[in-house]
Design a protein around this ligand. Structure first.
Ligand code: BG6
Length: 467
C-alpha cells in the first residue's frame, strides 16, 4: 500500500513534558508543575524538562532533517493566560508565534492540542478546576485567543488530550486533597463539564469562520474478551464503551449515551446536568478524531478480583484497572509486554482503526503511539532496535487499515524527543531523539538522534515503507 500523497508524517510531544521554563516570561503554574515538584527528589520535574522553550530552533531543525511534515504539540494554557482566565501574557503569545513561524518556514504542519493535562493552577484555586462551570468559560476564552493569534498558521486543532484519563486522575484535576469517595464523583462532573467545554470550543471555531479542522484526542486502548464465554465478550464491549467510546459518542451524537448514564446512575456517580446542557452538547460534531493508541487489554467478566496491577506491576498508572463488579483484566499470552505492562500489538492497531472508522466514519489522526524503554547511550549512539520493531509493526498495520478503507490522515508517534514521562520521569523514554539528561541531573540536554530516528527518516522518505 502507498500512503496517500497528503499523508502527514510527524511525531508528538506536549508542552509540560518538554518546554521547561516553568515560570519564565510570566508563565503561571499548572497542575502538572505541582505534581512533578512533589516527587522531584527522584523524578525530573517540569522546571527545565527538555528546555525546548530555549532550544526550539534546534528541535525544529531536527524535525526538518528527519523529514517530518507534521508536528503534534500542545500550547501551555498557563503560558498564554497565567491564571487560566485573566490577562493575556504577551510573552507567551510571542513564544508560540516564534515556534509556529519556525515550523511553517520549515514546511512542518502544526497539529496543536489546546489542553494536554496542564491545567492552570489559578483555575483550581479560583474555581476548583473543571468541577466548576466557570472553567468551561475560561477554556472557551483561551481557545478563542489561540484561534485568533495562531489560526493563520495552525489548521489542525485538538481540544482536550485524553479527557477520560484526566477525569480519572485527581492530581491532574488538582483535587487530590479531596476524600476518595468525593473525588470519584467529582471526576465525572469534571468529565461532563469538559464535554461541554469541548463542544463549545468546536462551535466557537466554526462561528469564527476559521479555516481548518478541529477534534478531540481520545485515549484508546482496544479490549479483547478473555474468552469466548458470552459474558466475557459482552464485558469487553462494555469496557471499551465505558473507557473509550462513551466520550466519542457524546462528541459525535451531541448527547451522553444511555449506557453511560445507566452505569453512573447505578453507582450513584451520575453528574449533575443543568437545563440547557443538552443544547450545549448538540451540533458540535468534530472534523476528525485524534487517537492516542499504545496497547491492547484483555478483559473478562468480574469474578475473583485478581488485579494484574497488584500481581505484575505497581507502576502501571492508569490503564487496565479492574472495574469492581464489572470487569477484571488479564495479561495477553500472545503479545510482549514492557516492564510497565504496556504491550506491543500491531494487529491490535489495525483492529482499532477499523473499529473507530466503522463507528464514526470520520478521518483519523494517530497523534500518539510509541514504546517506552530504558534506552542507553553507548559511545554517543542509541541502538533502539526494539522501538524500530514497534513502529515498523504499527506502520505496516496502518497501511493495511488504509487498504481496508480507513481514512487515516496522520501518524505522529510518541515522542519526537525524549520527554518527561507523565508517570515515570525520564527513565522511561519514548523519543526518536535522545536527550542526554537523567532525572536528577539535567546535564547539557544534548540532542542525540537514536537509530529509530534514522530508520523513521528513511521510512518517511519512502512514504511508509518499513523495510
Ligand atoms: C499519553 C499521554 O497518555 O501517554 C502522554 O498523552 C504520556 O502525555 C503518554 O506521556 C505515555 O505515558 P507515560 O505515563 O508512559 O508517560
Amino acid at each position: 500500500m502507498v500512503f496517500p500523497k497528503k499523508f502527514l508524517w510527524g511525531a508528538s510531544t506536549s508542552a509540560f513534558q518538554i518546554e521547561g521554563a516553568y515560570d519564565e516570561d510570566g508563565k503561571g503554574l499548572t497542575t502538572m508543575d505541582i505534581r512533578s515538584f512533589k516527587d522531584s527528589d527522584t523524578i525530573a520535574d517540569t522546571k527545565i524538562a527538555m528546555d525546548h522553550y530555549h532550544k526550539y530552533k534546534e528541535d525544529v531543525a531536527l524535525m526538518k532533517e528527519l523529514g517530518m511534515t507534521a508536528y503534534r504539540m500542545s500550547i501551555s494554557w498557563a503560558r498564554v493566560l497565567p491564571d487560566g482566565d485573566g490577562e493575556i501574557n504577551q510573552k507567551g503569545i510571542d513564544f508560540y508565534n516564534r515556534l509556529f513561524d519556525e515550523l511553517v518556514a520549515n514546511g512542518i504542519t502544526p497539529i496543536v492540542t489546546l489542553y494536554h493535562f496542564d491545567l492552570p493552577i489559578g483555575l483550581v484555586k479560583q474555581y476548583g478546576g473543571f468541577q466548576s462551570r466557570k472553567c468551561i468559560d475560561a477554556f472557551v476564552k483561551y481557545a478563542e485567543i489561540c484561534f485568533t493569534h495562531f489560526g493563520d498558521r495552525v489548521k489542525h486543532w485538538l481540544t482536550i488530550n485524553e479527557q477520560m484519563v484526566i477525569s480519572n486522575l485527581p492530581a491532574f484535576q488538582g483535587i487530590e486533597a479531596q476524600e476518595k469517595s468525593i473525588r470519584e464523583k467529582a471526576g465525572w462532573q469534571t468529565y461532563h463539564h469538559m464535554c461541554i467545554a469541548h463542544a463549545l470550543v468546536v462551535k466557537k471555531y466554526r462561528e469564527m469562520g476559521m479555516t481548518g479542522g478541529i477534534g478531540p484526542v481520545l485515549s484508546y486502548s482496544t479490549y479483547y474478551p478473555a474468552s469466548v464465554d458470552p459474558k466475557d465478550v459482552l464485558t469487553a464491549k462494555q469496557v471499551e464503551n465505558l473507557k473509550v467510546f462513551c466520550l466519542m459518542d457524546t462528541h459525535f451524537h451531541g448527547k451522553h449515551p444511555q449506557y453511560l448514564i445507566n452505569y453512573l446512575t447505578e453507582r450513584d456517580l451520575m453528574f449533575t446536568m443543568e437545563a440547557g446542557d443538552e443544547a450545549l452538547l448538540a451540533n458540535a460534531k468534530p472534523d476528525f478524531i485524534g487517537l492516542n493508541w499504545y496497547t491492547t487489554g484483555v478483559v473478562g467478566a468480574y469474578s475473583d478480583g485478581t488485579d494484574i496491577n497488584d500481581a505484575k506491576s505497581e507502576l502501571m498508572p492508569r490503564r487496565d484497572r479492574n472495574m469492581p463488579g464489572v470487569a477484571q483484566f488479564y495479561l495477553n499470552p500472545y503479545v510482549e509486554y514492557n516492564e510497565w505492562n504496556w504491550n506491543t500489538d500491531p494487529e491490535g492497531l489495525r483492529y482499532a482503526l477499523l473499529g473507530m472508522w466503522e463507528r464514526y466514519h470520520l478521518p483519523l489522526l494517530i497523534v500518539e503511539n510509541g514504546l517506552g524503554h530504558r534506552d542507553t547511550l553507548e559511545n554517543g549512539e542509541v541502538h533502539d532496535t526494539y522501538r524500530i520493531k514497534y513502529l515498523s509493526g504499527m506502520i505496516d498495520n496502518m497501511s493495511l487499515a488504509i487498504d481496508d478503507g480507513v481514512e487515516l490522515m496522520a501518524y505522529c508517534p510518541w515522542s519526537f524527543i525524549d520527554v518527561l514521562s507523565s508517570s515515570n520521569g525520564i527513565e522511561k523514554r519514548y523519543g526518536l531523539v535522545y536527550i542526554d539528561r537523567t532525572d536528577s541531573d539535567p546535564k547539557k540536554l544534548e540532542r542525540i538522534p537514536k537509530d529509530s530516528y534514522y530508520w523513521y527518516q528513511k521510512c518517511i522518505k519512502n512514504n511508509g515503507s518499513t523495510s
